[in-house]
Each structure stands twice: as structure tokens, then as C-alpha cells.
Design a binder for this molecule. Structure first.
Ligand code: HEC
Length: 122
């Protein structure tokens, strides 16, 4: 069989596109993550509005303080806290928990990718 270069290229494009797509749709937007980090979510139970800053500082290189337990939370910025974003299971666990507590719902994959992209730049 004679190899048709155009057909081969077309197949390569389709295959690489299929692989690239999920990554592309989860590529985070750091600026959107930064805006979402400080966004205040009003609570339906009359408690004060919540944001990521309620427990983590606005400045990610600074420690935060847990709004409920009052415990210190180490800085979120990987530049000062090398442990951050190194454990995917931990990141997923806390994003699930913190989105539920802060937003009152789970974050979408896009929102999570935006948060992670933002934190990565700090
Ligand atoms: C009620 C307090 C609280 C709020 C609000 C909160 N977090 Fe957290 N977050 C924590 C605690 C506690 C941990 C785990 C302790 C630690 O890792 O120091 C954590 C850990 C994380 C981690 C894991 C980082 C890593 O790799 O170690 C991420 C990511 C994260 N939070 C993102 C967020 C985002 C995004 C928001 C806003 C939607 C948010 N958090 C709001 C308390 C909070």
C-alpha cells in the first residue's frame, strides 16, 4: 500500500487533537483565578460573605487563618511554600471542600484550573 502523506497528516492531526483537547479545556486562566480568589459569596444563612481570602490571605506569600478553627494556614504560594500543589489528591480534596464552604457548591473544572493557575504564579 502506498502511503498517502495527506491522509497520514490528517490522521495525525485528528489523533493529536483528541489528546490535546482535554488538556486545553482545563488550561487555567490565572487572571480569572486571581479575581475568583477575592470574590465574596453572600451566604444564605445570614453569616458573613465568604471568599478564599476568608482563610487564606489576599497575599498568597503570607500565612492565613482558618475562619472557623482560627488555626494558622501556611502560605499558599509555592514560591515560599514548596509543598503547595505537589500532591494532586490533596489539591482536589481541598478544592472540593473549600469550594463547597465558600461558594456553597462545587467548583467547575474550569474554576479549579483557574485557581490552580493563579496559585502557581505566586
Ligand atoms: C474555611 C477556611 C478555608 C477557606 C475559606 C478556603 N480554604 Fe483552602 N484550605 C483550607 C485548609 C484548612 C487547607 C489545608 C491546610 C493546608 O494545606 O495548610 C486548605 C488547602 C487548600 C488547597 C491545597 C493546597 C496544597 O497544595 O497544599 C487549595 C488548592 C486551596 N485550599 C484552595 C482554596 C480556594 C481556591 C479557596 C476559595 C474558593 C479556598 N481554598 C478557601 C482552608 C480554607
Amino acid at each position: 500500500m502506498k502511503l498517502d502523506i495527506q491522509a497520514t497528516l490528517a490522521i495525525l492531526i485528528v489523533v493529536s487533537g483528541a489528546i490535546a483537547l482535554p488538556t486545553a479545556s482545563f488550561a487555567g486562566d490565572a487572571a480569572a483565578g486571581a479575581a475568583a480568589w477575592t470574590k465574596e459569596y453572600p451566604q444564605t444563612d445570614g453569616s458573613p460573605a465568604r471568599s478564599c481570602v476568608t482563610c487564606h490571605d489576599r497575599d498568597l506569600t503570607k500565612p492565613g487563618r482558618h475562619a472557623v478553627t482560627n488555626k494558622v494556614i501556611e502560605p499558599m504560594a509555592p514560591s515560599v511554600n514548596r509543598q503547595r500543589l505537589t500532591d494532586q489528591a490533596k489539591v482536589e480534596k481541598w478544592l472540593l471542600r473549600n469550594c463547597r464552604w465558600t461558594l456553597g457548591r462545587e467548583c467547575t473544572p474550569e474554576e479549579k484550573a483557574n485557581f490552580v493557575s493563579y496559585i502557581e504564579t505566586q
